[in-house]
Design a binder for this molecule. Structure first.
Ligand code: COA
Length: 331
């Protein structure tokens, strides 16, 4: 258990999913796939896709407004806005800066964190550290991604997996020794950069006619490799976060894993010896929403009454990098 007297607590949550639904049946029209294959291999039935002309910050704004309302905190009281995303509105500045202006959060400093699907966990850990040191009192932490913009709609190995969404939490400082973020652990292994990445569009290979023609601005992935390492890594970091919190897995009321693939989630639950009844799953409706997956699931779990005062929740995520993380939170 941490010794610091100040902890961060989740004061409110919110989420936003775009209105446009793309079913597996719709994808059958685009690539050589079937609803049956997608359902049995991934658990995904449909996903949401952001309409053209809108950016990441449009979703983040709605999720943020809901989280602020839920928390009873005004935008002007935010000291920091930290967003996990790999799909900011612009290469720079950050989507968090765009959001700060949309919210009128004039007293906040804002930046994005790039840790792919683990982005929310990384953003949460950073905000938690700022709060525990006393540097800030209120933070808006988001995971918000529009991976639809990075998909090759002719690649059946990737386009069936992902969707768009945004999730937000408002963190506040507390001296109540019994609740809040009990632990947060992060890890990366950069030797797997090219197992899951977007080859062009960065400084190494800026956009060119050739890069566009070769589809190098879309996600390239070795799915089997990701699968194997995701299960192992999320198990390991979940156990580390539980140890740091001084909490046993039996004390956890709900596990909220990254929503990438139902088979990954089931394998993780099995390794952690947690029944699926204690695992939050919503990927059948949204697919893998990258950094948004954990905060969207957290918000839904709260609204469905699956998290009550005193409950201990384990968050665990994994993504490109590879980067992964886990956190234990007492509500
Ligand atoms: N529809 C139909 N067939 C498909 C398909 C699709 N959408 N995608 C792949 N296939 C085919 C393959 O071409 C292959 O055919 P072959 O045997 O004739 O070569 C067969 O299905 C099996 O492919 P494979 O890649 O071995 O399937 P899999 O069981 O590993 O499932 C993933 C593929 C992508 C669903 C799975 O590996 C996965 O979820 N990995 C993790 C990816 C992930 O979560 N990434 C983000 C992490 S944040």
């Amino acid at each position: 258990m941490r010794s610091s007297h100040t902890r961060s607590v989740i004061l409110g949550t919110g989420s936003e999913l775009p209105a446009r639904v793309v079913t597996n049946a719709a994808l059958e029209q685009l690539v050589d796939t079937t609803d049956e294959w997608i359902t049995t291999r991934t658990g995904i039935k449909e996903r949401r896709i952001l309409e053209d002309g809108k950016g990441n910050s449009d979703m983040a704004y709605r999720a943020a407004q809901r989280a602020l309302r839920d928390a009873g905190v005004e935008a002007k009281d935010l000291d920091a806005i930290i967003m996990g995303t790999v799909t900011p509105d612009y290469p720079f500045p950050s989507s968090a800066c765009v959001l700060e202006d949309m919210l009128g959060a004039r007293n906040a400093f804002s930046f994005d964190v790039n840790a792919a699907c683990s982005g929310f966990l990384n953003a949460l850990a950073v905000a938690d550290s700022f709060i525990r040191t006393g540097m800030i009192r209120h933070a808006l932490v988001l995971g918000s991604d529009t991976l639809s913009r990075l998909l090759n709609w002719k690649d059946r190995g990737t386009c069936i997996l992902f969707g768009d969404g945004a999730g937000a939490v408002v963190l506040g400082a507390t001296h109540d020794g019994h609740k809040g973020i009990l632990s947060a652990r992060l890890k990366t292994d950069g030797s797997h950069v090219k197992t899951l990445y977007v080859p062009a569009g960065g400084s190494l290979k800026p956009a060119s006619l050739e890069s566009v023609k070769k589809n190098e601005h879309t996600i390239a992935m070795n799915g089997k490799e990701v699968f194997k390492i995701a299960v192992r890594s999320m198990e390991e970091i979940s156990r580390q976060a539980l140890d740091e919190a001084g909490v046993s897995i039996d004390q956890v009321s709900l596990v909220i894993p990254h929503q990438a693939n139902l088979r990954i989630i089931s394998a993780l639950a099995e390794r952690l010896k947690v029944p699926m009844s204690k695992v939050m799953v919503n990927l059948e409706r949204y697919g893998n929403t990258s950094a948004a997956s954990v905060p969207v699931a957290l918000d839904e779990a709260r609204r469905e009454g699956r998290i009550r005062d005193g409950d201990i929740v384990l968050l665990s995520a994994f993504g490109a990098g590879f980067a992964w993380g886990a956190a234990v939170i007492k509500f």
